[in-house]
Design a protein around this ligand. Sequence first.
Ligand code: GTP
Ligand code: SPV
Ligand code: MN
Length: 591
Amino acid sequence: MTKETLGRPNTSNKTVLKWVDEIVKLCKPDQVYWCDGSKAERKALLAEAVEKGVLIKLNPKKLPGCYYHRSNPNDVARVEQATFICTENQDEAGPTNNWMAPKDMYAKLRGLAAGSMRGRTLYVVPYLMGPPGSPLTKVGIELTDSIYVVLSMGVMTRMGTLAFEQLGEGDGFNRGLHCMLDVHPDRRYIAHFPQDNTVISVGSNYGGNVLLGKKCLALRIGSYLGRQEGWLAEHMLILGVEAPNGEKTYLAAAFPSACGKTNLAMMIPPPAFKGWKIWTIGDDIAWMKPGPDGRLYAINPEAGYFGVVPGTNSKSNPNAMQLISHDTIYTNVALTPDLDVWWEGKDGPAPKECLDWRGNKWTPESKEKAAHPNSRFTAPMANNPMLAPEANDPHGVPISAIIFGGRRSDTIPLVFQSFNWVHGVYLGATMGSEMTAAAVGGAGQVRRDPMAMLPFCGYNMGDYFRHWINMRKHIKYPPRIFHVNWFRKNAQGHFLWPGFGENMRVIKWIVDRCHGRADADETPIGWVPNPKSFDLNGLPGFTVEQFEQLQAINEEEWRREVLMQDELFMKLHSRLPKELIFQRELLLART
Ligand code: GTP
Ligand code: SPV
Ligand code: MN
């Protein structure tokens, strides 16, 4: 793009102009480009990214409108060690977050950012999190020197002049600054200043570290604002279940990173569930607020999906395969000689030869993986064949059930229901999960990940639990709360449950429970289905014994579990709501 065609300020908002001016003086870019979000702009930016080697245009016959990107091999996932919540007092950030005093962090980051955009373009990226006109929607502006970030934000958010229109002359916007620097782990910080509605990210160019609307604004800053303003910002998918008679029930589910949200949100029910449909509203983030009718309403603040690629195929997630068949950016998968993409778990045989995610020659004999385990697609939600029209409804959808779930090889049954709201909050608060490739380090280890929000809660986790408990008072018809685990294994290390589309069976039991139609048995840990209330029809070879194995509550394992839960509670003791301690006592008394 030439200087003459560069975008000019598309707002007269004085606060915005002044702030952009300050950052320009600090970072000293050669050029400033104001994004308008138009199709023509996207076309020009894609061409520029290809020309600069940031993207490779994929085979237009096989993958129309698709592009390939490799991130720096040192920069392939979120980095929790480098993620900070900078509140005035450390106690506000709490023991589960890294903390630094705002003035110290600002000073450090100003030092790193100073002059860092010399020879580069600073892009002004205005965006909305949420549908235009929704009372829950927030405005963000990300200033970045990464064209990859601009193109990704154009997919993941409602980006462009419409955000300035919603903002008007106000100053209620999230200030985001992203500087790539030299993409070095030693100079990588993802710093949040909740009290200033500000995020500064330096030294990375990957996903959740740099698409500042997503984990930074929609979850960390969002959760902080939600507590003040009386709503919830959660790491949850939102889906609509349509029954054969047309009845629609909306569910929200929190699973940790790479534990099945995208897959569940796009699931296709098995043939035995004729007439049932699953509609996607969101696959990663939910903002939820009590509505005037006393129900809890949820919106998906995003406009696209940044989803895990490996394992995606026409059996596990056919909707996702359609979703990513056009107008998609692929990051860190393998590249074939005919400019197609490949990954472990894709349909069909592995290519005889290709380039792996690092750009090295790869053959099926290679020991290393061709696609990085955290390789991702960036695709617009409009591509999703099962996108619910409600995804654009500014009112959101009324939530009937909240589901918590982790990745657990043992202990945790396929599904159980909480006795009530506080017990449900306890189930979410004590959730454990094996760590995955979505964050750097520790993969496979079980850790406590309350409500799948451990890496995303922008304030003290104890206060967050208190906020959840208090929300009950503002919701006349609270969602029922459930816990699921698709990942329980047998002694041979095989999954006990087929998962994916078959998860519809669990969803149906949950929906039926919400409408008072399904039986459950009381156990020490909650209400559970029995073989009569749980639909196993059309699952050949799956026996009642296997179902009982999946649902088994093993005393030994639960004693260990309750002990492990205590670790987090000890850590949070000074701000832990008494109600949760009582819940723990009651559980101990029952087991
Ligand atoms: P983030 O985008 O990181 O927040 O992840 P996510 O929660 O959306 O996870 P996703 O749906 O992308 O799934 C991650 C991994 O879990 C994939 O490799 C899937 O193959 C696997 N997975 C998803 N659902 C199931 C299931 O029902 N059973 C089993 N065994 N694996 C599953
Ligand atoms: C997650 O890690 O939960 C993701 C991917 O959804 S990222 O956007 O990198 O956070
Ligand atoms: Mn996520």
